[in-house]
Design a protein around this ligand. Structure first.
Ligand code: AMP
Length: 425
């Protein structure tokens, strides 16, 4: 199975190639042809299955025929709406829209609460074809008269079960009532509960059903383990694990740029060659770090989530969460760097008392508990109290907004795109 055989247009095939994807994931293989046909679809798939590309690619193709380079707002009516439960997911989905749509002149923007409404209003007035929105703020814009859905062709409910869990059902009903009845509707959900089926019954017309078993997700393929440890002893434990297990090509995640630098310097002092890669590093510095890592002359690459998004590396033997991410979905993206396509992969997380809530959020998203294993000599001291976590969100992500809606060092055209083939042994 190839992306070509799914009937995608050359502009999209090019973007997919630039992402380094070789074969469609099961959800992509099933969903893309159905969405291209214009049918409604109900998809059961979790984060980590590639579902975002599964709906974004065919959506872009459906909208491409009337894409326009004109500056006139009238040439850029709202043609697609993607509803998500959280601002983080909205940002990630819109990033995918931009990444896969980079060779097609369609505009997209995110709409979510907790940030100033004015820049969003301005973006809407300028004209935008693809809106990625959380329900509450979308309705605020509706009340302010900023939205015209008369040209809408496609609506996508992403993570519909989470939207229901978060109490968005009434908002969703209100939003759907604003849309033309003649439209394509896609609904994605990790579970098909009765409530979800009811929702689908109300809004979808004769939908095709697509399901992927959770086994296909990175989260299932990767061996994951949590090592509880004290905050101050994480570095020693990491060095111990790398040395005692003879680990090579280890990708280590920290929450902050500062943390990445500090850890990388300390590992070097411990005799473990390491480099940090994050948003403050110049492009040549990043490329150099990546090359050294791929060659094996640098054993550990310490990265922040944002920097890692622009890196074309996967199928690494080991990923380490030195610090858990603030956003649970980032955990899935991190561990997706290992164990792809059935290859063996291992992700371990060093978790201190401050991070228990983050761990619970991740386990909730995964719908399973992760095995915990105390490493001999590194048992946490139960008398150490939890401390608030240093704000790990970076630059543009504070408060969920980022200028221009793009992450620094994100999946932009400027990322190094060479195929690494870094899987060691
Ligand atoms: P998602 O489930 O949409 O959140 O995607 C999970 C991860 O899989 C993301 O990091 C994508 O970049 C990646 N991904 C999506 N499709 C493919 C593919 N066909 N091959 C390899 N990686 C993919």
């Amino acid at each position: 199975m190839s992306f070509e055989s799914l009937g995608l247009m050359p502009e999209l095939l090019r973007a997919v190639r630039e992402q380094g994807y070789e074969t469609p994931t099961p959800i992509q293989a099933q969903a893309i042809p159905i969405v291209l046909e214009g049918r409604d679809l109900m998809g059961r798939a979790q984060t980590g299955t590639g579902k975002t590309a599964g709906f974004t690619l065919p959506l872009l193709q459906r909208l491409a025929p009337h894409a326009s380079t004109s500056a006139s707002p009238a040439r850029h009516p709202i043609r697609a709406l993607i509803l998500t439960p959280t601002r983080e997911l909205a940002m990630q989905v819109e990033e995918s829209v931009r990444t896969y749509g980079r060779h097609i002149p369609l505009r997209s923007t995110t709409i979510f609460g907790g940030v100033n409404i004015n820049p969003q209003t301005k973006a809407l007035r300028a004209g935008v074809e693809i809106l990625v929105a959380t329900p509450g703020r979308l309705l605020d814009h509706q009340q302010q008269g900023n939205l015209n859905f008369s040209q809408l062709e496609v609506v996508i409910l992403d993570e519909a079960d989470r939207m229901l869990d978060m109490g968005f059902i009434r908002d969703i009903r209100k939003i759907i009532a604003l849309l033309p009845t003649q439209r394509q509707t896609l609904l994605f959900s990790a579970t098909f509960t009765d409530e979800i089926k009811q929702l689908a019954g109300a809004f979808l017309k004769n939908p095709a059903l697509v399901e992927v078993t959770p086994r296909n997700t990175a989260a299932e393929l990767v061996r994951q383990i949590v090592h509880p440890v004290d905050r101050e002893r994480k570095r020693a434990l990491l060095a111990h694990l790398i040395q005692s297990r003879g680990l090579e090509q280890v990708l280590v995640f920290t929450r902050t740029k500062h943390g990445a630098n500090r850890l990388s310097e300390q590992l070097d002092k411990d005799g473990i060659s390491s480099m940090a890669i994050h948003g403050n590093k110049s492009q040549p510095q990043r490329i150099k770090a990546l090359e050294e890592f791929k060659k094996g002359s640098v054993r550990v690459l310490v990265a922040t989530d944002i920097a890692a998004r622009g890196l074309d590396i996967d199928q690494l033997p080991h990923v380490v969460n030195y610090e858990l991410p603030q956003v649970p979905e980032d955990y899935i993206h991190r561990i997706g760097r290992t164990g792809r396509a059935g290859s063996e992969g291992e992700a371990f997380s060093l978790v201190c008392v401050d991070e228990h809530k983050l761990l619970r959020d991740i386990e909730k998203l995964l719908r399973k508990d992760l095995p915990k294993q105390v490493v001999t000599g590194y048992a946490p001291d139960p008398s150490i109290p939890a401390e608030p976590i240093e704000n790990g969100r970076q630059g543009g992500r504070v408060g969920g907004g980022r200028p221009g809606g793009r992450r620094p060092g994100g999946n932009g055209a400027s990322s190094p795109r060479s195929r690494p083939g870094v899987r060691g042994k």
